[in-house]
Design a binder for this molecule. Structure first.
Ligand code: ARG
Length: 457
């Protein structure tokens, strides 16, 4: 492509280090689409003849059909997807192929192709997260009043409902989707026509190519257009945040599936056995979701470090933008699908959850709250009285509501028999009916709103 300037060809090492075709061939559809938009505009503007534009368009369709049928050939001498396509186009239609690159550079070409690819990845993440939300809401609806222990520090804290716990992840997924939506809106401008870095002297119509490619407008600064990759970083940041959420959900399933907890039976389809221990059923899919989160964060770090300190405009370092984005996108799609399947098909052992909620004095706060409300005791004092009651119950190995009234009254005379009604786990969750609280009626209200938001109603 630049033989005119050079006396010698590249060394084998130069060819190898320079070649991006092994990975950027993934951009072939976007490359063809953007080239077709470009050549249609060149024809409409009279920069190439209508006949040449038509020949090039037909040729591009033929190249696309070949890629579709046989894959993209990987020839390092052709460096990247842009040169590979142009070279094949020239073989098919002859020298007229050389007119396609008028008023364009690979710098704005790759920026355009990659934006189109990342935009689709954002849409795919959104669709995947929507499916995960549907699964969460469906299971939350089923379990709006199933009681389980709620934890802080992974120590039993207060009873909650399983539906409430699952809806927490629905909220995280909603914010993750909004991050992808924000990023998509921000990035949806076309860099095509920025050319190498300074724009072009040809009378191009950037608004036309922007519209043809589904962008809201052309970008406003040609240097920025070819040299920034913040749209890819926005994608990776949203992907990393999503992966962190998925990893936490995966961790819950891992803990819940362990024998001491026994809160869930994971679906066989998302578990593995052991080659030596016949009794084992391992939560490998969940563990890999937890593990992959680390890799996705690594992809974000990788591109951040690539971009750090690059002067304007394009530098070849930026060719390294693609592998981390491709890797993260593949992993993210898989992780979302795995967690969706797990939420859909896990058996929740609500009897075990309910029994665990009875342990660990989960309703101690309810006793303290009762002392405040019914006996007018300041909360700090009520906390102290309750602490003494827990200590006594613990020393006898019984639950709070198994303490005889006389013993409770010995700790504080203001206690009366009505307290027992407040100490059951059912009463505990029902009492937490503040907006966004764990009470079944609150969970059902949030589920109903979520079903509308998801388009299920
Ligand atoms: N393969 C290159 C990349 O992905 C295309 C842009 C090359 N531009 C250049 N001036 N060498 O970044």
């Amino acid at each position: 492509m630049w033989g005119g300037r050079f006396a010698e060809g590249p060394s084998a090492i130069m060819r190898e280090i320079n070649a991006s075709i092994p990975f950027d061939k993934a951009l072939w559809r976007q490359d063809i689409t953007a080239s077709k938009a470009h050549v249609a505009m060149l024809g409409a503007q009279g920069i190439v003849s209508a006949e040449d534009a038509a020949t090039i368009t037909t040729g591009l369709d033929r190249v696309a059909a070949e890629y579709e049928a046989h894959g993209v050939p990987e020839n390092w001498d052709l460096e990247d997807i842009h040169m590979t396509t142009e070279s094949r186009l020239a073989e098919l239609i002859g020298p007229v192929a050389g007119r396609l690159h008028t008023a364009r550079s690979r710098n704005d070409q790759v920026a355009t192709d990659f934006r189109l690819w990342v935009r689709e990845a954002m849409e795919q993440a959104d669709a995947g997260l929507h499916a995960l939300q549907v699964a969460l809401v469906t299971r939350a609806d089923e379990h709006a009043d199933s009681i389980m222990p709620g934890f802080t520090h992974l120590q039993t804290a207060q009873p909650v409902t399983l539906g409430h716990h699952l809806m927490a992840y629905y909220e995280m997924a909603a914010r993750d989707r909004s991050r992808f939506a924000d990023a998509r809106a921000r990035m949806n401008q076309s860099p095509l026509g920025a050319a190498a870095l300074a724009g072009t002297g040809f009378p191009i119509d950037r608004h036309a190519t922007a519209a043809a490619l589904g962008f809201d407008a052309p970008t406003r600064n040609s240097l920025d257009s070819v040299s920034d990759r913040d749209f890819a970083l926005d994608y990776l940041m949203a992907a990393a945040q999503t992966a962190l959420h998925l990893s936490r959900l995966a961790e819950e399933f891992i803990i819940w599936a362990s024998q001491p907890f026994g809160f869930v039976r994971l679906p066989d389809s998302l578990s593995t056995g052991s080659s030596i221990m016949p009794q084992k059923k391992n939560p490998d899919a969940a563990e890999l979701v937890r593990g992959h989160a680390g890799r996705i964060v690594g992809c974000l770090t990788s591109l951040m470090i690539t971009m750090k300190g690059l002067p304007l405009a394009y530098s070849k370092d930026m060719q390294d933008d693609k592998p981390p984005v491709f890797e993260a996108a593949g992993l993210l799609t898989l992780c979302i699908a795995a967690m969706t399947g797990m939420v859909e098909a896990t058996t929740f052992r609500t009897d075990r959850m309910r029994a665990a909620a009875e342990l660990g004095y989960a309703t101690a706060t309810d006793l303290a709250d009762w002392l405040v409300r019914q006996a007018g005791i300041p909360f700090r004092e009520a906390h102290h009285i309750t602490g003494s009651a827990v200590k006594l119950a613990e020393s006898r190995g019984i639950a709070l509501d198994q303490l005889p009234l006389a013993d409770l009254q010995a700790i504080d005379a203001r206690v009366d028999e009505r307290v027992y009604a407040a100490l059951s786990v059912e009463a505990s969750v029902a009492a937490r009916a503040s907006y966004g609280g764990t009470a079944p009626e609150q969970v059902k209200a949030r589920v109903a709103e979520a079903r509308v938001a998801l388009g299920l109603e």
